[in-house]
Design a protein around this ligand. Structure first.
Ligand SMILES: [Zn+2]
Length: 184
């Protein structure tokens, strides 16, 4: 089996959840719509070649971000195939426990320049992710949420230069090129 999902395969395939899977949805570990995402992933599993582990999916506006762990990288067609299956724009993001790598994967095409840690008076730590340009608004919010969940810290994203209007809105060909690079 090339795809590993956190719920039972039989439950996801049938849509009839056993008490154990149901509890994980009820407790909010996974949301109900993620069952469809896992199912779509199982459906393409045979074609994946290597092993892929489902970590989590998040929705930002009408877009779905799917976090997958894989030792071999994700194939170019996966995002397109899942977009078709789920009827939404899907971005697959390679999950990593390494914060810098995860930040890079999330914020691409913005480049991560560095991670700074500040220690706050209340004893907590603030993680500042410095990037070379402002990410899209939805992506920035998602990155903050995901990095904060993984690190247990409060997270801010800081663009090193204030972008001009043209930089903030890259033209379509830039976006396409960037998506091709990360295999979407
Ligand atoms: Zn189950």
């Amino acid at each position: 089996m090339a795809v590993r999902i956190p719920l039972d395969t039989i439950c996801v395939r049938s849509g009839l959840l056993c008490p154990r899977c149901e509890a994980r949805i009820r407790e909010g570990e996974y949301e109900e719509w993620e069952i469809d995402v896992m199912k779509a992933l199982l459906d393409v599993g045979e074609r994946l070649g290597g092993e892929v582990r489902y970590v989590k999916a998040h929705r930002v506006g009408g877009e779905v971000y799917i976090f997958l762990e894989t030792p071999k990288g994700l194939p170019v067609w996966l995002g397109q195939e899942l977009s078709r299956a789920l009827g939404a724009r899907v971005y697959v993001v390679e999950y990593s426990k390494d914060l810098r790598r995860l930040a890079s994967n999330l914020l691409h095409p913005a480049r991560v320049i560095g991670l700074d840690y500040s220690y706050l008076p209340d004893g907590s730590t603030l993680l500042q992710v410095k990037v070379d340009r402002s990410p899209r608004r939805g992506v920035e919010e998602l990155a903050k949420k995901v990095l904060s969940l993984v690190s247990g810290m409060e997270v801010t994203i800081q663009a090193t230069q204030a972008p001009t209007t043209t930089e903030a809105r890259p033209d379509k060909s830039d976006i396409r090129g960037a998506l091709d690079k990360i295999g979407l």
